[in-house]
Design a protein around this ligand. Structure first.
Ligand SMILES: Cc1ncc(COP(=O)(O)O)c(C=O)c1O
Length: 366
């Protein structure tokens, strides 16, 4: 049995009848940039995340950059984030001219560790970007506990956790700004790039709307140094078809996670841990094993190809050499990156495919 690591074609096939008319209608209306679908989808995502405003931008990466710009974070400021994630949050900090400060992660959830964040705070710290990694919220209570007395901004990176909640409240609305990605492989994926910032703060929403269109409020009058970063009307139309499916898709991910968990019980691997107060949406289901490379190869030989997230923590990336980090600076992130193995995880994965993954792992000589 073949088990692809991802299967975006399966999602498209299940939605083709709904997507094609929406795509042709959008094309025929010929309103391609910041049209009615973007406006409607912004409201729908704001409602979904229990926030007041959504601002569509062209990627999750831009959502983070524009969020930091909206908060006026720049040269001389420091922003704390995790070294164990996709590079986008660190890149955003660099792009606004602030200093990237990493804090290590928790060995079971792989989310940023508030105890290490506390050690990294300085008088220059302006914001913390907790990434809700792999589909579950970062430890927001503890992070807010550190941020509140110092008036630090919290910018949530929700790219991997749309639909997840912390203490019953959806991710995205806990901090001042919540940033989402609609990259095709995300739990809510467009058929191209897309992103959104959500917020309860009207002034920030207004600033973000200006930043995404070259800093204008009125056409050809530029008040801010801006960007061209707009959610495409076609992608918004597509996302409006998909958003009502998201909770169902996330439930299916949780079911698959449970199937993996039961199937893999008793093996010498660390299975995903859901922290208290979190509802997990399993963007990624990853196990930890000291025999990661051998297990990955064995899975590949048995028609289960996998991809490692993330093989090299950010503090050791060449691009951040100027930060002066060395191996050993973030021991948990480094250890996890050597032992982590994500398994196939998407709503269209069948029970039989999940069982095949389990049976291959059970046959592996640990
Ligand atoms: C945690 C995280 N933040 C930000 C992003 C950036 O999103 P995008 O690819 O839409 O720019 C991604 C993924 O792509 C991500 O995984």
């Amino acid at each position: 049995m073949n088990v692809p690591f991802l299967n975006l074609a399966a999602q498209y096939a299940s939605l083709e009848n709904e997507l094609l008319p929406v795509i042709t209608q959008t094309l025929a209306k010929a309103h391609y940039i910041l049209g009615p679908n973007v406006e409607a989808f912004e409201k729908e995502l704001a409602t979904f995340t229990q926030t007041r405003f959504g601002i569509g931008v062209n990627s999750g990466s831009d959502a983070l950059t524009l969020a930091l710009r909206a908060l006026d974070i720049g040269p001389g400021d420091e922003v704390i984030t995790t070294p164990f994630t996709y590079i986008a949050p660190a890149e955003a900090v660099h792009q606004v001219g602030a200093r990237i400060v990493f804090a290590d992660i928790h060995p079971q959830t792989f989310n940023i560790d508030p105890a290490d964040v506390a050690k990294k705070l300085t008088a220059r710290t302006k914001a913390i970007i907790p990434v809700h990694l792999f589909g579950q919220a970062a430890p927001l209570k503890e992070i807010f506990g550190l941020a509140a007395p110092r008036n630090l901004h919290i910018v949530e990176d929700c790219a991997q956790a749309i639909g997840a909640a912390h203490d019953g409240k959806p991710v995205g609305g806990h901090g001042r700004l919540g940033c989402f990605s609609f990259y095709p492989t995300k739990n809510l994926g467009a058929n191209g790039d897309g992103g959104m910032v959500v917020t309860d703060d009207e002034a920030l929403a207004k600033r973000l709307r200006m930043l995404r269109v070259h800093g204008i409020e009125r056409r050809y009058y530029h008040d801010l140094h801006g960007y061209n970063s707009r959610l495409d009307e076609l992608q918004a139309a597509i996302l409006r078809v998909k958003l009502p499916r998201l909770n169902g898709w996330n439930s299916r991910r949780v079911q698959i996670a449970e199937r993996y968990r039961v199937g893999l019980a008793g093996l010498p691997v660390q299975l995903p841990v859901t922290a208290a107060g979190n509802s997990h949406v399993f963007h990624v289901f990853a196990l930890l094993t000291d025999r990661r490379d051998a297990l990955q190869q064995f899975l590949a030989e048995n028609s289960v190809p996998t991809i490692i997230y993330y093989p090299q923590p950010l503090h050791l990336q060449k691009v951040y050499a100027d930060l002066g980090h060395k191996p050993g600076d973030f021991p948990v992130a480094e250890s996890v990156s050597k032992r982590i193995l994500p398994l196939p995880m998407y709503p269209e994965l069948t029970d039989e495919q999940a069982d095949h993954v389990v049976s291959v792992i059970r046959r592996f000589a640990f």
